[in-house]
Design a protein around this ligand. Sequence first.
Ligand code: NAI
Ligand code: MG
Length: 350
Amino acid sequence: THYSVAVIAGDGIGHEVVPAAMDIVDAAGSRHGFSIDWTPYPWGSEHYRTHGTMMPTDGLDRLAQHEAVFFGAVGAPDIPDHITLWGLLIPIRRGFQQYVNLRPARHVKGVRSPLAEPDGTDLMIVRENVEGEYSEVGGRFGRGTDAELAVQEAVFTRKGTARVAAYAAELAARRSGKLTSATKSNGIIHSMPFWDEVVAEAVAQQPGVELRSVLIDALAAAMVSRPQQFDVIVASNLFGDILSDLAAACVGSIGVAASANLNPERTYPSMFEPVHGSAPDIAGRGIANPVGQISTAALMLDFLGETKAAADINQAVDDVLRDGPRTPDLGGQDGTREVAEAIRKQLVCS
Ligand code: NAI
Ligand code: MG
C-alpha cells in the first residue's frame, strides 16, 4: 500500500522533529508492507517574509491532493502569532472540515508529572475544532470611550455539535464505554444547555456508552486530583483547548504530546501535528524532543488504517521514554537524533 502525505515542517524545531518522525514511519512501513510518498511544502514564516503570505493562494487545493498532512509547527519571534495561526493552521482546519481535534494524554513511566499519582492516566480529549467560542462574530464598539464594549459571540450548530459528539461516542465505545462531556450550563444559559441536549441525543445513538456531563470548573479540578476516572472527554472548542493543555501538563512534557485534526468522513485530508510550537528558544540546537512528533505520526498511521504499525511505534516510544535516552526537557542529556534513533532501533528489533 502507498499513501500520499503532504509535509509542512514549518518553523523552528519543526525542521528537526519532522524528519526524525518521517524516518520512523518509513521504518515501520518496511516492516508492515506500506510506503509513504512524502511531498514537502516549504510554507511558514519564511514564505511569509518573502511572499507576504504563509502559504500560496492555491495552498488548500494542493494539500487536497494528499491523504494526510503531516505538520511540524509554525511561529517565529518576528511575526505576530495571529498571522502564523490564521494564515496557515486555521484555514487548513476549517477549509478541510477537520472538526475533531483529538488529543491523547497518557502517562508513561519515566516521564515526570506534577501529579502525586499520575499512573494509569490514559485520556482521549475530543475537542470541537471549527466552531463554538472561536468565532468571528462580534466586535468592539465605542472604541476608547467610557462606554466601550466588546462582544464575542459563541456559535454552536446542531450539526457541528452532533457530529463531534458522535465521533466521541464511537471512540468511547471502542475503549472503556465511558464518555464525559464538559459543560457549563449553569452559567452559560443558551449555548451550553443546547450542547448538553444535542450531545445526549447523539450519544444515545451509540449503544454501550455511558455519558456523564460535568461542569468545566469541576472537571478541571478533578483532572488534577484524579485523572484516572476519565477516559474519553468531549468538549467545545474553548473548553477542549484548555482541558487538553491541562491534561498534557498532568502527564508530563509538552514535548511528548500528540494531536490530530480529523475530518472523520475523509472528504478532505486530516492533519497531524504535535501540541508544541516551534520552540524558538531551543531551535537549531538538536535537543528538541522528537517524541511528540513521532506519537503524532502514530496517530496518522492509525487513521490511515495502519493500526499495527501505529501500536508498534507507541510501544517503542514507551520503551524509550522508560529506559532513555532522554532529551533535556525530560531531564536527560541526549539529543533529538539519539532519541529518534533509539526509537527506530526499538521498533525494528522488537
Ligand atoms: P512552544 O511549544 O514552542 O514552547 C514552549 C516551551 O516548551 C519552550 O520552552 C520550548 O523550548 C519547550 N518545548 C516545546 N516543544 C518542545 C520539544 N519538542 N522538546 C523540548 N522542549 C520543547 O510554545 P511557545 O514558546 O509559546 O511558542 C513558540 C512559537 O510557536 C510561537 O510563535 C507560537 O505561536 C508557536 N506555536 C505554534 C503552534 C503550532 O504550530 N501548532 C502551537 C503552539 C505555539
Ligand atoms: Mg492550546
